[in-house]
Design a protein around this ligand. Structure first.
Ligand code: CP
Length: 305
């Protein structure tokens, strides 16, 4: 694995290796790079969780973070993403974490870069680091993916999270179902679409997605309450979930739209656990890439997380 840009082409072995490494870091502590290593976080689209959990992950590993603010950079003078990335490589960055609004932009960039690139979300393409933390959250709960019923509900067509998780869960042997309104179905995803009421009754994991109006072409106005009632996780639907089933959502959450606000912090919800797991999962991805590339020498695991 030279870059970490997609879940689609990762093998089951590679995914389980990353999940195990994440778990090792969680249980045994984390390694530390003692020499100066710089990582650049290039976010060409807004982020709270992904960006800040990468910063925390890098700091915990002893890696120096080079921050980048697109709105105050030479992008405003017309510099391209590629030339921005090459600039960071030239000044000594040994890792690029990149988010971009265009589908496949990060995968295309990675093909042209010598240093490792991590996809922190590309348009409606993929969000592989979100997927790893989601997989780890499910692993903590169920210890296995074989035969697990996972339904992904909501704005499937515009969701990079849906894509990465659907590919990954299929590879790991889970049964993946999708549920959404007709206009938001995505024919490129070869998974069964089912009614939300049927879905919540059979699923071990109910994963909601944010409605991403910023990616919609049609300036659609959404009636929040009507959407929740028809396509979202209401309290009534939550009562029909299996006893052991959990609720997930990559966040940010539109409370009262895709999920009733009271369910966000309910007993079944793993939404904030997902965010917590984002730090350790991203440490595992960085460490694994550096090991593969022979970058840096990490000292023994540090029991202090
Ligand atoms: N889940 C996620 O990608 O959140 P951010 O957009 O805040 O990074």
């Amino acid at each position: 694995m030279n870059h970490f840009v997609s879940m689609k082409n990762l093998s089951e072995h590679e995914m389980l290796q990353l999940i195990k490494l994440t778990n090792d870091f969680e249980i045994n502590g984390i390694p530390h790079f003692n020499e100066k290593i710089f990582a650049a976080n290039l976010f060409f689209e807004p982020s709270t969780r992904t960006k800040m959990s990468f910063v925390v992950a890098q700091k915990k590993l002893g890696i120096e973070t080079l921050d980048f603010h697109a709105e105050a950079s030479s992008l405003l003078k017309g510099e391209s993403m590629y030339d921005t990335a090459k600039t960071f490589e030239a000044i000594g960055a040994q890792l690029l974490v990149v988010r971009h609004p265009e589908d496949h932009a990060v995968q295309e960039l990675a093909k042209r870069m010598t240093i490792p690139v991590i996809n922190a979300g590309d348009g409606s393409g993929e969000h592989p680091t979100q997927s790893l933390l989601d997989l780890y959250t499910m692993y903590q709960e169920f210890q296995s993916f074989k035969g697990l019923n996972v339904v992904i509900i909501g704005d499937i067509k515009h969701s990079r999270v849906a894509r990465s998780n659907a590919y990954a869960l299929k590879t790991l042997g889970a049964n993946v179902y999708l549920s959404t309104k007709k206009e938001w179905q995505d024919e490129t995803l070869d998974f069964p679409y089912i009614d939300i009421d049927d879905a919540v009754a059979i699923s071990d994991v109910v994963m909601l997605l944010r409605v991403q109006l910023e990616r919609h072409q049609d300036n659609e106005l959404l009636n929040d309450a009507a959407y929740l009632e028809q396509y979202g996780l209401t309290k009534k639907r939550e009562q029909n979930m299996l006893r052991h089933a959990i609720i997930m959502h990559p966040a940010p959450v539109n409370r009262g739209v895709e999920i009733d606000s009271d369910l966000v912090e309910s007993k079944r919800s793993r939404i904030f656990k997902q965010m917590e797991n984002g730090v350790v999962a991203r440490m595992a991805i960085i460490y694994h890439l550096f090991q593969t590339r022979g970058i840096g020498h990490a000292t023994a695991f540090n029991k202090r997380k």
